[in-house]
Design a binder for this molecule. Structure first.
Ligand code: CP3
Length: 342
């Protein structure tokens, strides 16, 4: 097994950590903007396997990252379940909302998702044949809680208020939605693996807003179930969990869910994550994305700091969250050079 990402995920401590970057195919790259313009809008790009594969490959060609992440979005699954989905330029996603039993009853289940999602599997198949032999292909899905926050509110929300309100006011409906998303996520990720994804990642971007028992019930338990069912079907496929801003709840998350790696945001220090999370296995993270905008010596210093802090165990270098559209592509190169200088 020579792919460095797979070695780190298997628990190996490498002299130089493998590196990739969340949102590495994105608007900070001129070649991405050109392909997106060719596709029309963002969703047309997601559902066009040739062009989606092309934008996935662009950061690999430019930077030689150790992993490629499938170009798609966590909101394609709700769309495949029957929600309307569109993106408003400069604002973000909009969806038809799920707040009543009648809304929920209109959602589909089971095999029907593949009708919408089959182009995504085709993108994976194209990438399998196109990636350099040393590059690992990562598939992904949103975690049920995070996807539910968008489905309930019909958009992104700063505090996930509408989802917390439904959880409080109609818990059976809220739980039914989490369960439906849990089941479909297993099917969706399984198909990505069957098409050629070598690793899958579960993005729980809003995990930090779940506290106490809610964190156990709606972040940890669905992740555990998804991971157990995926491991039953695909025992050799490593899984990265990203319960963003989980804070102290990062502790023990890998053991509790069966994840092979926990991705860490930059609200916790790398030293804290090394002593509390990396003790259980591989971690991924956690340079602040803003360094990709600001660059300079602070970028170099902070990159070295992250590498040093995690040097004693299995580590995949990444940002703490996705790179932003105002990032400078040269700063990405500087980060990579700094990680690889040893
Ligand atoms: O990481 C990658 O490069 C793979 C592709 C990927 C995208 N979105 C492409 C995308 C992945 C893994 C995602 C995950 C995703 N999508 C998350 C979880 C991770 C996170 O960032 O917290 C969430 C919450 C979404 C939902 C979503 N998609 C939002 C809120 C937005 C709008 C905000 C924005 O950045 O514009 C998107 C759009 C989106 N998804 C873009 C990309 C490249 C920008 C679309 C464009 O080209 O205009």
């Amino acid at each position: 097994m020579s792919k460095t990402i797979l070695r780190a995920l298997a628990g190996e401590t490498l002299p130089t950590p493998p590196i990739w970057m969340m949102r590495q195919a994105g608007r900070y790259l001129p070649e991405y903007r050109a392909t997106r313009a060719q596709a029309g809008d963002f969703l047309s790009l997601c559902y066009n396997p040739e062009l989606a594969a092309e934008v996935t490959l662009q950061p690999i060609r430019r930077y030689g990252f150790d992993a490629a992440i499938l170009f798609a979005d966590i909101l394609l699954l709700p769309q495949a379940l029957g929600a309307d989905l569109w993106f408003v330029t400069g604002e973000g996603p909009r969806l038809s909302t799920v707040t009543t039993q009648a809304d929920f009853d209109r959602l589909g289940r089971g095999e029907m998702i593949h009708e919408t999602l089959s182009p995504i599997y085709e993108t994976v198949r194209i990438l399998k044949g196109a990636l350099p032999s040393e590059t690992t292909l990562i598939g992904f899905a949103g975690a049920p809680w995070t996807v539910a926050t968008y489905m309930i509110a019909g958009r992104g929300t700063p505090d996930q208020g509408p989802a917390h309100a439904l959880k409080a006011e109609n818990r059976p409906l809220f739980k039914a939605l989490i369960d439906r998303l849990t089941e479909s996520t297993v099917d969706y990720l399984s198909c990505q693996i069957e098409a050629g994804a070598e690793v899958v990642k579960l993005f729980d971007s809003w995990a930090g807003s779940l506290k106490g028992q809610d964190f156990d019930d709606f972040c940890l338990a669905p992740a555990k179930r998804i991971i157990a069912e995926l491991k039953a079907r695909h025992p050799d496929t490593p899984i990265i969990a990203f319960p963003r801003e989980a804070g102290e709840r990062y502790i023990g998350f890998a053991k509790a869910t069966g994840a092979d790696c926990v991705a860490i945001d930059n609200s916790v220090s790398p030293e804290w994550a090394a002593s509390h999370v990396q003790v259980d296995g591989c971690v991924q993270g956690n340079l602040a994305s803003r360094h990709m905008v600001t660059g300079g010596q602070p970028l170099v210093d902070e990159t070295r700091h992250v590498v040093e802090a995690f040097r004693g165990g299995p580590h995949i270098f990444n940002l703490g969250h996705g790179i932003t559209p105002d990032a400078d592509p040269d700063n990405v190169q500087l980060m990579i050079d700094t990680v690889r200088e040893g």
